[in-house]
Design a protein around this ligand. Structure first.
Ligand code: ATP
Length: 217
């Protein structure tokens, strides 16, 4: 049914942890496409380091040429904080008949109940949890209950309905984070092999992380 994987993040900067995760989920969960959606003003975190335009540019150069990878800048065009529920509502309006799978890392999933209208999110999309190094799936509390109620291992469940299921899927564990890359660059070192060369070029040319230890817009 032409399912869409929705991969949101600050991507400050995008790195191979993101790209490999998206690629493995694209293939394993048989998404028609994975849509990278850099967020404008992340509600759960402080300001970003690179500005929105640069983060978008880094996502574009990192994903260029990969079949099934799509970049969607709708969150950057919207004013105010980027809430997943609002983004998914606009995607649902654009694609009323395509299943949506919101891709989140396990770290992000563990905070799901603090997201705005989080129950509504499951009315709009499935949730696909990518296992990340060092994180365990919840087995109690509201998320444990939610997993009992909505968790599935059947990949077809993601394609046979538009929303409402939760799949936890193992991906190759790459212990890379945007924070580490920013710190490397700020310390004058090279993030080679952690992120594509095209992203390194944007970082080098813009100087967006050089000497930064405080967020800026
Ligand atoms: P930061 O270090 O700034 O917190 P990050 O590396 O976690 O950034 P985000 O842009 O915040 O990157 O992540 C977007 C999504 O990608 C989140 O759902 C996050 O869990 C997931 N993610 C980030 N890094 C990895 C990784 N190495 N492997 C798998 N998923 C990841």
């Amino acid at each position: 049914m032409n399912s869409i994987g929705v991969f949101g993040g600050t991507f400050d900067p995008i790195h191979y942890g993101h790209l490999r995760t998206a690629f493995e989920l694209l293939q394993a969960l048989r998404f028609d496409e994975v849509r990278f959606m850099p967020c404008g003003d992340p509600p759960h975190r402080g300001q970003t380091f690179a500005d929105a335009e640069l983060r978008l540019q880094m996502v574009q150069v990192a994903t260029a040429g990969q079949a099934g990878f799509v970049v969607d800048d709708r969150e950057l065009k919207r004013q105010g904080p980027s809430y997943s529920v609002d983004t998914l509502s606009t995607l649902r309006a654009d694609y009323p008949e395509r299943p949506l799978g919101l891709i989140v890392g396990m770290d992000a999933f563990l905070g799901l109940t603090r997201w705005r209208q989080w129950r509504e999110i499951l009315e709009l999309a499935h949730v696909v949890v990518a296992h990340r190094p060092g994180w365990r799936a919840p087995d109690m509390g509201p998320l444990g209950e939610l997993l009992t109620e909505r968790g599935t291992h059947r990949i077809n469940d993601l394609h046979e309905s538009l929303a409402g299921k939760i799949v936890i899927h193992d991906v190759t564990q790459l212990e890379i984070s945007s924070t580490d890359i920013r710190d490397l660059v700020a310390g004058g070192r090279d993030p080679r092999f952690l992120t594509p060369n095209a992203v390194r070029e944007v970082i080098n040319q813009s100087g967006c992380y050089a000497g930064t230890d405080k967020p800026r817009k």
